[in-house]
Ligand binder design. Structure first.
Ligand code: PEP
Ligand code: MG
Length: 885
């Protein structure tokens, strides 16, 4: 028995999305509930996957099943593919499980040929329409299926328009188009060395194959990577009877959303083009009209459309994004799916649907994509500026972007990846530009509407986008944008406001993001649901205040090393490092103590009432020293120029120390607790600075923090016990001195496999563990975190040796095992043991799910990821509970 690869639309339903893809399942569902859709059949995603696995060869049975599907469609419609009397024309469309707008291929008007074109002219009563469909088909089929360069066709079309002295395609007559079809056929045949096929049945099979293949095209890979969609899913192929939006002025095609996808407002939103085919709207080739105008032009279809929109939103209980065509006044829906939306819209729609009683709070939470919230946390243009916009376009994706103007997606991709802030400017973007969009601060296009590809993709990525800016001229050769008297050249500063559509020829100052009432409300639901605490990593008072504002319930990691890098501190640091006796070292650290205390007071004031986890010094000492080469040269020069002997001697001592401290692998060398073991004066000083700061804040503010002191990079309980004693002795002395005491927890980071494996023994001397998953990943996988992204790891990700970057999302199978094992052992040894994570993974939604599952108490992440982690933690609870059912 072979598998079933083909389903008639009438056999499908929304639940069959994994098999039929989003579009196939969506259209089938519409058919099921009585919405008018064109008839057709779907070839499953499984057929695509098996074809890919068989290197392009179709699995057994697919061929027969596809022909049978076509035959059934022919019977139902009373038409036949290639039949000169009653020809069937079909569209062949991709449809992945997770929608990837514009990333894969589509062929329209298949079935049109020399034999069928007269019947199409006759039936439509419009010869021009028939030839227009034919020439469009040849171009689309030639490009998509046969890989013929678009220029071959475009040049011929331009030449024809020039020879006829007309500007627009619509000015070409039926005869002109007939001549163009001949030219196109000749050119196509030439391009293929005489192998151009004209048989619709063969064309159909080749078109299906081309859609399968388009799953593997480069822009689809880039899109999937950016959106974390697996490359293994494959696409379904939908073969549907054509309906024509370009059949005259009572025909149209359009895209609509049941709510505003930019703001979430409950209002009709969409665009349409009269007398046009669907691809014209999505590709942004002609600028469409707002949907409201359809009411006057096509009132019946408009009424039917608005009623259908309401029906489908109620049916799916979510905002829908729909494609429709009106053929001679009759409405057909071609697609419906949950609409992509900005984060602001996602929150508003979720909140409104709960208020409207359509969904529960938990359902609303599950609909938020935590990563997307990032865009709300982004900056906007400081309203306090006097710059006038030089152009205005559609506010296609909110947020502000400042950067240097760039006119080429490759350059944008390259410069953006190198860390430059660039703004990509294109006449219109096509899916091939996606790599450039990804690396830009924002996108500006001269052409295209709110639902053009550029707008949809930018919104999904949270990139500010201004689309269809009228009056701007882009010269790709000269790499300039001209608008009125203003010329912006490549590299010139430009600012976009994706929320208003304004474009400025200057770099404007930005202000921090605003978090509105919808955000707060939905976040409060997340907080009611989540079990995990969400803390932040913050090293100074400003970050701590930001973290608290964004809802952090504590600080899980205050790295103290940055406090040593300040220009006022480095000399004392050098003194400490070059000290030859403990007494000398003590004198040097005593100079640093008041500075450290001041820093801690800032952080503690911002966080009073909440837990703060201060980590003692972690990096290798050499990070505070000049490089060996630099220092050697300096000393050499001082000796040659007979510089001041006292000064020279000091530099010589520093050089000797640099040599002594030099390590081949400093990340695995004298860092973390190992430093503190060699130089106990350091933890002594730090403990005193911390406790004095906490007491000072208590004195001043009447309240202080719930203090946690954390020892890094421990692998044996002996290290922790030794450090614990140093810290406790200091605390006792300081408390005696101050005449008051506070509770302090002393714990350790779990950053080394040995620490994880012996967590039970370490727990005996620890009040808490905080998993340092950055180092734990480094040491478990044996990949240097500093070098990872520059080297083979990038290649491993590209070639799928690894599915995810283990430094961004926790390696559940490996590092995850060490974490869960350590949690179990630690808790078994000490039930009161506190457990958290403070590596970068603490803010990654997938990793948050894992940490929830293994039973940590909290995650700690950078301040801007706190709201994301709050959502992810709530979703983790709901998913875990529903998964367990
Ligand atoms: C860690 O290793 O995960 C950690 C938080 O410490 P750092 O990144 O400072 O090494
Ligand atoms: Mg670490």
């Amino acid at each position: 028995m072979t598998d079933r690869y083909v389903y008639d639309l009438s056999e499908g339903s929304a639940e069959m999305k994994p098999l039929l893809g989003g579009k196939g399942a969506g259209v089938a569902e519409m058919m099921r509930v009585g919405v008018p859709v064109p008839d057709g059949f779907t070839i499953t995603t499984q057929a695509c996957v098996e074809t890919m696995n068989r290197k392009g060869e179709w699995p057994d049975g697919l061929d027969e099943q596809a022909w049978a599907g076509l035959q059934r469609l022919e019977e139902r419609t009373g038409r036949k593919l290639g039949d000169p009397g009653k020809p069937l024309l079909v569209s062949v469309r991709s449809g992945a499980i997770i929608s990837m707008p514009g990333m894969m291929d589509t062929i329209l008007n298949l079935g049109i040929s020399d034999e069928t074109v007269p019947a199409i002219a006759r039936e439509s009563g419009n010869e021009r329409f028939a030839w227009d469909c034919y020439r469009r088909f040849i171009q689309m089929y030639g490009e998509v299926v046969e890989g013929i360069d678009a220029h071959v066709y475009e040049d011929a079309l331009t030449a024809l328009k020039e020879s006829k002295g007309v500007e627009s395609d619509t000015d070409l007559s039926a005869d002109d188009l007939k001549g163009l079809v001949d030219t196109f056929k000749k050119l196509s045949n030439e391009q293929l060395g005489g192998n151009w096929t004209t048989d619709p049945r063969e064309q159909l099979m080749r078109a299906v194959d081309a859609v399968f293949r388009s799953w593997l095209n480069p822009r689809a890979f880039v899109y999937r990577k950016a959106n974390k969609i697996s490359d293994d899913l494959g696409t379904a192929v939908n073969v549907m009877q054509m309906v024509f939006g370009n059949r005259g002025d009572d025909s149209a095609t359009g895209v609509c959303f049941t709510r505003n996808p930019a703001t979430g407002a409950n209002e009709l939103y969409g665009e349409f083009l009269q007398n046009a085919q669907g691809e014209d709207v999505v590709a942004g080739i002609r600028t469409p009209k707002p949907l409201a105008q359809m009411q006057e032009i096509l009132p019946d279809a408009y009424e039917q459309l608005t009623a259908t929109m309401k029906k489908m939103e109620a049916h799916y209980r979510d905002m829908q994004d729909m494609e429709f065509t009106v053929e001679n006044g009759k409405l057909y829906l071609l697609q419906t799916r949950n609409g992509k939306r900005t984060a602001a819209a996602a929150l508003k729609v979720a909140r409104d649907l709960v208020d409207e009683g359509v969904i529960s709070k938990e359902e609303a939470l599950m609909r938020i994509e935590p990563g997307q919230l990032d865009q709300l946390l982004h900056e906007a243009i400081d309203p306090d500026h006097s710059e006038q916009p030089v152009a205005e376009g559609l506010p296609a994706s909110p947020g502000a972007a400042v950067g240097e103007a760039v006119f080429d997606a490759d350059i944008a991709a390259e410069r953006g990846a190198a860390g430059d802030r660039v703004v990509l400017i294109r006449f219109e973007t096509t899916p091939d530009d996606i790599h450039g969009v990804l690396q830009s601060q924002g996108v500006l296009t001269a052409h295209g509407g709110m639902t053009s590809h550029a707008a949809v993709v930018a919104r999904g990525m949270g990139k500010p986008c201004v689309a269809g800016a009228r009056g701007i001229k882009i010269d790709y050769e000269a790499r300039t944008l001209t608008v009125g008297d203003t010329v912006i050249e490549e590299g010139d500063p430009i600012t976009l406001d994706g929320s208003t559509g304004e474009v400025f020829a200057a770099a404007l100052p930005l202000i921090p993001p605003q978090i509105n009432a919808d955000f707060q409300e939905v976040l409060s639901w997340a907080d009611e649901t989540r079990r995990l605490g969400v803390w932040a990593n913050a090293d100074n008072a400003t970050d701590a205040a930001k973290a608290r504002e964004l809802g952090a319930e504590g600080i899980g990691l205050c790295r103290t090393e940055h406090m040593f890098f300040g220009a006022d501190r480095l000399p004392a640091m050098h003194e400490m490092i070059t000290a030859e006796t403990p007494e000398e070292r003590k004198t040097a650290v005593d100079k640093i103590l008041p500075m450290q205390q001041e820093d801690f007071e800032g952080v503690f004031t911002a966080m009073k009432g909440l837990p703060v986890t201060v980590r003692l010094l972690d990096p290798p000492l050499h990070e505070f020293l000049p490089s060996l080469v630099e220092q050697s040269l300096k000393v050499q020069e001082m000796e040659l120029t007979s510089a001041d002997p006292v000064h020279t001697d000091k530099e010589r001592r520093l050089l000797a120390q640099v040599k002594k401290l030099h390590e081949q692998n400093p990340m695995l060398g004298t860092r973390g607790v190992r430093l503190a073991m060699l130089y106990p004066e350091i933890p002594d000083m730090q403990a005193r600075a911390i406790i004095r700061a906490a007491l000072a804040v208590l004195e001043r503010e009447g309240e202080t923090v719930d203090l946690h002191i954390m020892i890094p990079l421990v692998f044996t309980p002996v290290e922790l016990a030794t450090q614990r004693k140093i810290v406790e002795d200091c605390l006792a002395e300081e408390f005696d001195r101050a005449g008051r005491r506070i509770d302090v927890e002393i714990g350790t980071m779990i950053e080394l496999p040995r620490a994880a494996l012996t967590a039970d023994r370490i727990a005996e001397v620890a009040d808490f563990f905080s998993f340092g998953t950055n180092d734990l990943t480094q040491t478990t996988l044996g990949i240097s975190r500093d070098d990872a992204e520059n080297g083979f790891l990038t290649e491993y990700l590209r070639t799928k040796v690894l599915k995810q970057n283990p430094f961004a999302s926790i390696d559940v199978d490996g590092v995850g095992q060490l974490v869960s094992g350590a949690v179990e052992k630690g808790r078994a040894a000490k039930s009161s043991l506190g457990l958290g994570v403070c590596g970068e993974h603490g803010g990654d939604p997938d990793s948050v799910h894992f940490f929830n599952q293994v039973g940590l108490d909290y995650v700690s992440c950078s301040p801007f990821r706190v709201p994301i982690a709050r959502f992810a933690a709530a979703q983790a609870v709901i998913e875990q509970r529903d998964g367990a059912k």
